[in-house]
Design a protein around this ligand. Structure first.
Ligand SMILES: *Cc1c(COP(=O)(O)O)cnc(C)c1O
Length: 350
């Protein structure tokens, strides 16, 4: 029941073959994969990593745990992904990496981001926690940067309770990733019969899931194309049903850029002001519909203020923090969608 048995191997093969990454290792969370990525990027005190502020705390924690500094830049007005035009102005001689977070399973503008990274010799880590099976320019999210991180937390598209994977897209990181994940030892090589005993080689931790989690995950991966199709149908139903309200100026719907498809990970609305959002959340709650808001921006959070640096003003991030809400999204919700859309319409028209 410990890690790296048959089920883990089959999950890794599935991910590697389907997504087309050089190497895939299961982890116990996306957080663990991000921490491994920070070690592989050799971050140290004084280094800077450019990332959005509108993200999960784990994106920044991984960097802070190495003693490095997250540098928060604003997001785009349409996708709420990092604004690629703000990355280069935020680069300093201390910048080591960029973290591209694919919000709502919609891709960042990876072509310009990779171009900036090449010019300044920076690593690119993709936080693709929400991004499984989305393609950007025909390639899957998580396989475009040097390293990608997936999540299989129960809130994501394919789940194993807690779970994740690190996608190694650059061969130079593959051997070290195996060692970091196994407590800094070459135990993985030992299990393959390549060495006769395993030894402590490097820093590391225990980043692998057990086989029970991997067995659950394998069943999910075998279904994930179908699960994604159903999510995209739910997403489209919301999108069509709410079009009139957007045309009436009462709310804003998500935008999918031409470079990218999406995986229906979540459906969100942006309200014209914080009061309109509070009214809609309260109105839906009174009708037993849960529609939570999302990230509290990291640059205004206590730990973000303590450990991070903010590049310029972040007005779009702050608007997303105050005005965005998520609609219920789960397989099986289909029969309730008409009622949810009707209730939203009646609340915003009040
Ligand atoms: C869910 C999520 C994480 C954390 O994933 P875990 O598997 O719970 O560690 C990190 N980043 C983003 C963008 C997420 O959505």
């Amino acid at each position: 029941m410990s890690g790296d048995g048959d089920f883990s191997r089959r999950c890794q093969q599935w991910l590697k073959g389907t997504l087309n990454s050089v190497e895939v290792l299961l982890t116990h969370s996306c957080t663990a994969a991000l921490e491994m990525a920070a070690i592989l990027c050799e971050l140290k005190a004084g280094d800077e990593v450019i990332m959005p502020s509108f993200t999960h705390p784990s994106t920044a924690n991984a960097v802070v745990l190495r003693g490095a500094t997250p540098v928060f830049v604003d997001v785009r007005n349409d996708t709420f992904n990092i604004d690629e035009n703000l990355i280069e102005p935020a680069v300093t001689p201390r910048t080591k990496a960029i973290v591209a977070v694919h919000y709502a399973g919609v891709g960042c503008e990876m072509a310009p981001i990779m171009d900036i990274a090449r010019r300044h010799n920076l690593r690119v880590v993709e936080d693709a926690a929400q991004g499984i099976l989305t393609r950007y320019s025909g390639r899957y999210l998580g396989t475009l940067g040097d390293i990608g991180a997936l999540s299989f937390h129960e809130t994501k598209n394919a789940i194993s309770g807690e779970g994740g994977a690190i996608l190694i897209n650059n061969q130079r990181y593959a051997d070290r990733a195996e060692i970091i994940r196994e407590k800094g030892t070459n135990r993985t090589q030992f299990f393959r019969g390549e060495v006769d005993k395993y030894k402590w080689f490097d820093i590391g931790s225990s980043y692998l899931p057990g086989e029970i989690v991997a067995a659950f995950l394998l069943a999910q991966l075998e279904e994930v194309h179908d699960l994604t199709k159903r999510r995209i149908e739910i997403w489209r139903t919301y999108h069509q049903g709410l079009e009139e309200l957007e045309l009436a100026g009462l709310l804003t719907r998500p935008v999918i850029p031409p470079s990218c498809d999406h995986n229906g990970h979540l459906y969100y609305l942006v309200m014209p002001d914080p009061n309109a959002r509070s009214r809609l959340i309260a109105g839906l709650r009174a009708r037993e519909i849960s529609a939570p808001f999302h990230y509290v921006p990291l640059h205004t959070s206590p730990a973000g203020l303590r450990f991070g640096r903010t590049f310029g003003c972040l007005p779009i991030t702050e608007r997303a923090g105050e005005c965005l809400l998520r609609l219920p999204m789960w397989i099986g919700i289909e029969p309730h969608l008409d009622r949810i859309i009707g209730e939203i319409s009646s609340i915003v028209h009040q």
